[in-house]
Design a protein around this ligand. Structure first.
Ligand code: 3IO
Length: 334
């Protein structure tokens, strides 16, 4: 009341509201499907922190892990329809929807999340495929190679024959190629499937031994270096178009940086999780023999011909994409 003396009320409130408008932060919601302590959610928190820092607090991100805003199967649609501004899409849960990007899911023998994530981003950045046209892509990343985690030791392909194993997308196809019986479901459904004995094991990146507590059910791992799973972090197009150009530029610059960060974090965290599983659950680690690896590759060969056919049918330069992906893989694994 004291400070009002001498000033005109009208001038004062108008000046205040101008200042308030200028500093009113942009607020974005970001949905994710797995539990908060898994890698896709850790990278989400890193992106949030980085965006809030790089925008000097002008962009604020509210994160929703654990399927609290959108679940795995309705993530992409939910972002297109604006139920969340941003969503983390498990691309491998939507077979056939991403004919270009799914080249990175082929059994190419990626050695790390660093190289698979960089390759996925390079593919997207070069080809800007139509399959992601309805959204703005903020970043992409991919897992380290899929390996088997199982109740009983799987010492080789012989131990895998006819066993029901959880996968999704390409990893499910590769399980079938190895002689297992694939059962596909998104990550949030896996704890229940293991608990109810619906599957004898799972086929994905190994950090879930710790992050999803799967080492309790699966004290055995078999190194296969199978396909990777793909992720796209996407934003509602109208919300993107409404952002100030400087904010758009900041987010575009962050995209490849975030892909890199996530790949390197995923690899380092996987190594830590393996050590944890050894110490806490006596994890035993086996590896497919050279002969079994060759058999698995030969039996999975039709994944390449099927991908090439589907990509060509979608009007994509399939041979060029595959050649680029192989070259990027080699380059990023140096
Ligand atoms: C994954 C998905 C969510 C949380 C942790 C994760 N680790 C590896 C994946 C890959 C994937 O999408 C899956 O379902 O195995």
């Amino acid at each position: 009341l004291l400070v009002l003396g001498g000033c005109s009320d009208a001038d004062n409130s108008s000046a205040d509201s101008d200042a308030a408008n200028q500093s009113e932060p942009i607020r974005l919601t970001y949905a994710n499907f797995p539990p908060a302590f898994t890698v896709p959610c850790v990278q989400m928190e890193r992106w949030k922190t980085e965006v809030e820092k790089r925008s000097n607090g002008q962009v604020l991100v509210e994160t929703f892990p654990g399927g609290t805003l959108l679940k795995a199967k309705n993530m992409l649609r939910g972002v297109v329809e604006g139920q969340a501004d941003i969503g983390c899409v498990g691309m491998s849960y939507l077979p056939g929807v991403f004919p270009a990007c799914s080249a990175v899911e082929l059994p190419l023998g990626f050695e790390s999340s660093r190289s698979s994530s960089r390759t996925l981003w390079a593919l997207f950045d070069k080809y800007r495929p139509e399959e992601l046209q309805d959204v703005k892509v903020l970043t992409m990343f991919a897992t380290p190679p899929s390996n088997i985690m199982s109740r009983e030791p799987i010492r080789g392909l012989a131990d895998l024959q006819g066993k029901e194993m959880r996968g999704s997308g390409s990893s499910s196809r590769f399980l079938d190629a190895m002689g297992a019986v694939s059962v596909s479901m998104p990550m949030p459904e896996v704890p229940d499937a293991l608990q109810k004995n619906m599957v004898q094991g799972i086929f994905t990146s190994l950090e879930v031994l710790q992050d999803m507590k799967f080492a309790e059910f699966c004290p055995s791992a078999t190194i296969v270096d199978g396909p990777v799973y793909l992720f796209a972090v996407v934003m509602n197009k109208d919300r993107w178009d409404a952002l100030p150009p400087a904010t758009q530029q900041m987010l575009d610059e962050l995209a490849p940086d975030q892909a890199d960060w996530t790949g390197q974090y995923w690899d380092a965290h996987t190594a830590e999780a393996m050590e944890w599983a050894r110490a806490e659950h006596g994890l035993q680690v086996f590896a497919l023999s050279e002969e079994d690896r060759a058999t698995a590759s030969a039996q999975a060969a039709d994944m390449f011909t099927d991908w090439t056919q589907a990509a060509s049918k979608a009007g994509l330069p399939a041979e060029d994409i595959l050649q680029d992906v192989r070259a990027w893989k080699q380059q990023f694994e140096q």
